[in-house]
Design a protein around this ligand. Structure first.
Ligand SMILES: CC(C)(COP(=O)(O)OP(=O)(O)OC[C@H]1O[C@@H](n2cnc3c(N)ncnc32)[C@H](O)[C@@H]1OP(=O)(O)O)[C@@H](O)C(=O)NCCC(=O)NCCSC(=O)CCC(=O)O
Length: 548
């Protein structure tokens, strides 16, 4: 048989002279230029046993479970939250009734920034991009009628993650639930806030310290809870390429591991509950290869660099979300097609959990109809396409294996560069991440503006604006929240509340684990704002350095 090179010379190039290749940018979103075809000749020293293996076995390229979706479909976990706790609770019940298999909570901006709903800074933002939660009283309503032992819940919360998690756990305790049986995930990934999303409160050192408190406390008290979801999503949405998303996020994961080890924790006690979160964009094969490379890098580094011995510590388990940034406001119904393709890539990449964006995401929070179509998209993939019946069906594809290798190598290059810079916190201080991402975002935008990259409906195939119904948030929610907060402050035991906040302050001052104090703060109905203010007085607030 001819070699690839012989075929290129004798067949492809002569044909391309007669019928030239399209003048188009074939590069993927990580700026990697694919060749026209891939054969075994492209795999270099790729070794099937070392680099691929079997599903459920090191290095987990093919998936973390032996049976992957033949055993259990991925969790269909739609990110939802708006308005008051009552409204979101209603949406949660509707989503579960529609066949969703896990919950995922979106909090509003004041909650994400640690402000109570009645703080002057919260005006106009209460309940807008998620649900408002200022105390245990809101949490009780939010999860009314939902059994935390039966349904796993994800909470996208970062700077105030300890406080919100404690409220969730306090609510479960008040219902008499067994804490060793409740499962779920808090995002709790503060590093990517400094790098990308910018919803930080405290400086990086105490920010990371609070995260490590959850690494220590979680496995002992709520052993089924994933106390972190190390998130590439927001890094990607802020303009990073797929390779940067992978590298920066894994570097963040390793940073937390190193900090937990510095605290003297046993890697095999905490690492099995570290989880991840990826953004799944339009380049189909790039995204599949990214997920496979992610599992391989994590497994190799955890075993060989950090010395983890428990196979569960080697397994990178992940949530995925289709790429909001890829869904334009122009011709929004086309986004249903984009989301279907991205979701298929997440599934072929072996995700454990998936959110599919609603087509109207660029316009407003999703209407119930748009959110339902997004969920149905997952159900169509799960039940109609046959892709869930065979484990890692793309394994052995020359292109997919080569791309997995290339993405792994490129991401490891970045990870080594970050280590040489002095680590993630040093990279944040020097603006390394922001500058790398700004450059990638600029390159992408220039490609779109010069039409070197076509985005259907945006820079080609454009048509007049199409109107779709959008969801509006009732400003009444702000008044309801203010009234509830006033009632909470009036009815709680003031001495217990004050003592709880004092204990939180003391834990912060002495460097003790803050989680027991946060749990008591929740039970004492102290508010989120009161807890964060207490910590601000000890830790200070982060001011981002200006980069020019
Ligand atoms: C680990 C994950 C990724 C997934 O957890 P899940 O519980 O859903 O799934 P799972 O762990 O795969 O499965 C649950 C249990 O079943 C077992 N299991 C699963 N598949 C199996 C199989 N084939 N054979 C045997 N056992 C299996 C697992 O080991 C596990 O048990 P054990 O537990 O006993 O091992 C978790 O962290 C998660 O759900 N994350 C969601 C994060 C999220 O929703 N984030 C939203 C961000 S939204 C955001 O940031 C906003 C972005 C924006 O701006 O729009």
């Amino acid at each position: 048989m001819k070699t690839k090179n012989e075929w290129m010379q004798s067949v492809y190039l002569p044909a391309a002279q007669k019928f030239p290749e399209r003048k188009y940018n074939f590069k993927n979103l990580s700026d990697m230029d694919p060749e026209p075809i891939y054969t075994a000749d492209d795999l270099g020293d790729w070794d099937e046993e070392r680099d691929l293996g079997y599903p459920g076995e090191f290095p987990y390229t093919r998936g973390v479970q032996p049976s992957v979706y033949r055993g259990k479909l991925w969790t269909m976990r739609m990110f939802a939250g708006f308005g008051s706790a009552e409204q979101t609770n209603e949406r949660f019940h509707a989503l579960l009734k529609a066949g969703q298999t896990g919950l995922s909570t979106a909090f509003d901006l004041p909650t994400l920034m640690g402000y109570d709903s009645d703080h002057p800074f919260s005006k106009g933002e209460v309940g807008k991009c998620g649900v408002a939660v200022s105390s245990l009283a809101d949490m009780e309503i939010l999860f009314r009628g939902i059994d935390p032992e039966q349904v796993t819940t994800s909470m996208t919360i970062n700077s105030p993650a300890n406080a919100i998690w404690a409220m969730y756990i306090a609510n479960a305790q008040k219902q008499g639930k067994d804490l060793t049986k409740i499962g779920g995930t808090i995002q709790n990934d503060i590093l990517k806030e400094y790098i990308a999303q910018k919803e930080f409160i405290f400086p990086p050192a105490p920010g990371v310290k609070l995260v490590i408190d959850t690494f220590e406390w979680g496995p002992r008290v709520v052993p089924k809870f994933n106390f972190i979801s190390v998130s590439g999503y927001h890094i990607r949405e802020a303009g990073a390429t797929g390779v940067q998303e992978l590298a920066f996020t894994l570097a963040d994961g390793f940073h937390y591991v190193e900090k937990a080890l510095e605290r003297g924790l046993d890697i095999d006690e905490f690492a099995p509950r570290i989880s991840f979160f990826w953004d799944i964009h339009n380049d189909f094969f790039e995204e599949i290869a990214k997920l496979r490379a992610a599992r391989r890098i994590w497994a190799r580094q955890m075993r060989d660099r950090y010395g983890a011995k428990n196979p569960k510590s080697w397994m990178l388990r992940t949530h995925s979300q289709t790429a909001g940034v890829s869904l334009p406001a122009q011709q929004p119904l086309n986004n249903i097609a984009r989301v279907a393709i991205q979701a298929l890539a997440a599934v072929l990449g072996g995700t454990q959990s998936l959110h599919t964006d609603a087509y109207d995401e660029a316009l407003a929070l999703p209407t119930e109809e748009a959110a339902t179509i997004a969920l149905r998209t997952q159900q169509i993939i799960a039940y109609e396409t046959g892709v869930a019946g065979v484990v890692d069906p793309l394994a052995g594809s020359y292109y997919v294996e080569r791309l997995t290798n290339d993405i792994e190598a490129a991401a490891m290059g970045y990870i080594e560069q970050i280590r040489a810079l002095g680590g993630v916190e040093a990279g944040i201080d020097s603006g390394f991440f922001q500058l790398e991402m700004a450059e990638a975002a600029y390159r992408y935008q220039r490609e779109v503006e010069t039409k070197d990259r076509i985005v259907v409906g945006v820079n080609d195939f454009v048509q007049d604006a199409v109107e779709v119904p959008i969801q509006l948030i009732d400003p009444e929610v702000e008044r309801v929240q203010e009234a509830r907060l006033a009632q909470v402050r009036r009815e709680r035991d003031p001495e217990r509340a004050e003592a709880a906040l004092d204990a939180l302050r003391d834990a912060a001052v002495t460097g003790a684990n803050t989680m027991p104090a946060f749990l008591e703060c929740a039970h004492a109905y102290t508010t989120l704002g009161e807890q964060m203010d207490t910590l601000k007085r000890v830790y200070g607030e982060y001011v981002e350095p200006v980069l020019v």
